[in-house]
Design a protein around this ligand. Structure first.
Ligand code: FBP
Length: 561
């Protein structure tokens, strides 16, 4: 019986009783799961270059788990595993830990699990806690990463690899599980490679986490957290659609998280059917300038106004700014200036000084562009990059830039008597609201299976792999499990001015089914109020609501069927 503590909500009390469904193939102890090795693999691009960085772990075969007896696992001595949560929060992180813990204990009660605290810096500083069943039980099926917290430290220097090696040895850790997005899993691959080159027999396994949904491929059908986060954002956007449709006086500009990729905006678009959804990948492919993006939005605003509708909802992926060609060029040039002048920039205390310094180093065309931007946006563009070199898009108020430019254009049209409407705007940013919600049934099951599956990969001695659980449109019992080599997902990219192997981000495929479905619908959404109000995530009730998967996953699978 779960006790209701004073700081636990009624929903959490009920939610604690939820028992994740394990895929049939993982049921029973690891000794009942047989790993079948496929053919050697290649990285998705830049094969010979990627291979140079991963001399010992490149080209590993894909592992598929099948039911069958696996005696080698039975003979294993007790092992100690460490888990680290890396990067932004995503609903379901605690269930990864729970699945991993249960998988290890099922194999041998003496197996133990520790959690490094505060992300990868916990490994470097040797800060950890023992995962204990009683405490863990309070975190099962909950959102957040608060049990062991997260962080964005990157392990990349020789010294950092050495201290990772030393600290794993000090704690007698046999395997490390890195729960993270593309950058954190790139890090996991580097650690696996380093340990292998040093002849150290320890496993490193990655788990695909990120609400952004941009860590995916044929095996990793979706990263965990995307399902819950998009359901939360959809509820909020649906409510705004309802409000807009009731008062009919505001244009709502809603920026949504998702870093570079527009998967979140597209999924929320499907679930709520707003008037406009910008897709960064389309803007990039069509090389649409900022002026063109504005023109397209203005066209809808004017059309709606002509039929008396001075209101609407527009979804803006936070990463769109990086896809507009001139902004992309500007950001890339700023990245280079910041990388080349890191020592000077760090000395400058105010954002304005930094902005002026960077501006002075840019080619004229780009410094003119920067000068023409609202000063808030220009400053936000030069904010510190994260340790992986990414721009802090969650802090750039792109919606304000768009509004300012739309306003200017509408004023011109007014002068030319081509527009008579009223343009009142409200801005929203939904990001952090969605990252720590109580995981949906899908994410609760998926994350538990990913963790449990990671335990089985470790018990079989695999390293340099990502835990995968696929066939996700089917009920969890039928999900397929195994490991995909981390190097298989890599390509070479420029980071901090240097060529580096990194896991390739999965952006929206413009030839893919989800985008094509969107194209069929968007003109209709623009003019009419086809709004859908999805309401909150349902944890209890009819299965068609509680077990609902994302439209993106549905469409992607319908292509394969
Ligand atoms: P991950 O890629 O680490 O999962 O983080 C994703 C994300 O939530 C992005 O959507 C967002 O741009 C970014 O994190 C915000 O970073 P921070 O948490 O450091 O503010």
């Amino acid at each position: 019986m779960v006790q209701k503590l004073s700081n636990i909500s009624e929903v959490q009390v009920e939610r604690a009783k939820f028992k994740p469904i394990l895929p049939e193939v993982l049921k029973g102890a690891a000794a009942c799961v047989n790993p079948v090795k496929g053919k050697p693999t290649q990285s998705v691009a830049d094969q010979s270059n990627v291979k140079k960085f991963f001399k010992s772990t490149y080209g590993l075969p894909i592992i598929t788990f099948k039911k069958g007896s696996n005696l080698s696992v039975k003979k294993k001595k007790p092992i100690k595993v460490a888990v680290v949560l890396s990067g932004g929060q995503a609903p379901g992180g605690h269930n990864v830990i729970a699945g991993l813990f249960d998988g290890l204990k099922k194999a041998n009660k003496k197996n133990t699990l520790i959690g490094y605290l505060g992300g990868p810096s916990g490994i470097l500083e040797n800060k950890y806690k023992e995962i204990n069943e009683k405490v863990l039980n309070e975190y099962r099926n909950t959102g957040g990463f608060d049990y062991i917290q997260s962080g964005r430290t990157k392990i990349e220097t020789h010294e950092q690899f050495c201290s990772t090696k030393d600290n794993l040895a000090i704690c007698h850790v046999d395997a490390l599980v890195v729960v993270g997005g593309d950058d954190s899993n790139t890090n996991a691959a580097m650690i696996a490679e380093y340990l292998k080159q040093e002849n150290i027999d320890k496993c490193v396994i990655g788990i695909p986490k990120t609400i952004d949904g941009d860590l995916k491929n044929q095996y990793v059908e979706i990263s965990f957290g995307f399902d819950t986060a998009t359901k939360i954002y959809s509820e909020l956007v649906g409510n705004i659609c309802s409000d807009a449709n009731s008062s009919r006086k505001y244009w709502h500009f809603v920026r949504l998280m998702g870093r570079s990729a527009s998967h979140i905006a597209l999924e929320v678009g499907f679930k709520t059917q707003p008037n406009i959804v910008l897709i960064g990948e389309e803007i990039l492919a069509k090389k649409m300038t900022l002026t063109k993006v504005i023109e397209n939005i203005v066209e809808v605003v004017v059309k709606r106004s002509k039929i008396g509708k001075n209101f609407g909802i527009i979804l803006i992926p936070e990463g769109v700014i990086e896809f507009i060609p001139e902004m992309k060029e500007l950001i890339s040039a700023i990245n280079d200036v910041l990388a080349e002048n890191a020592d000077t920039v760090i000395q400058l205390s105010s954002t304005e000084d930094k902005r002026d310094f960077v501006c002075g180093k840019l080619p004229k065309k780009l410094s003119d562009l920067m000068a023409g931007l609202p000063s808030g946006i220009a400053s936000q563009l030069i904010l510190d990059r994260d340790p992986h070199g990414n721009v802090a898009v969650s802090l750039i108020e792109t919606e304000k830039l768009l509004i300012e430019m739309i306003r200017k254009r509408l004023a011109e049209l007014k002068k030319e008597e081509k527009y008579k409407g009223k343009f009142s705007t409200i801005t929203h940013f939904f990001g952090y609201e969605g990252r720590c919600g109580i995981p949906s049934n899908f994410d609760a099951n998926y994350t538990y299976a990913l963790g449990y599956n990671a335990a089985i990969l470790i018990l079989n001695g695999f390293t340099g792999y990502m835990s995968y659980v696929r066939n996700l449109v089917k009920p969890p019992k039928l999900w397929e499990c195994g490991g995909i080599p981390l190097t298989m997902m890599m390509n070479i990219e420029k980071r901090y001015g240097k060529e580096k192997p990194v896991i390739q981000k999965a952006l929206i495929d413009l030839n893919g089914k989800p985008f094509k479905e969107f194209l069929k619908k968007r003109d209709e959404w623009a003019i009419n109020e086809n709004y859908i109000f999805p309401g909150p995530i349902q944890y209890f009730g009819p299965a068609n609501i509680t077990e609902m998967i994302t439209r993106t996953l549905e469409y992607e699978h319908s292509k394969r069927r």
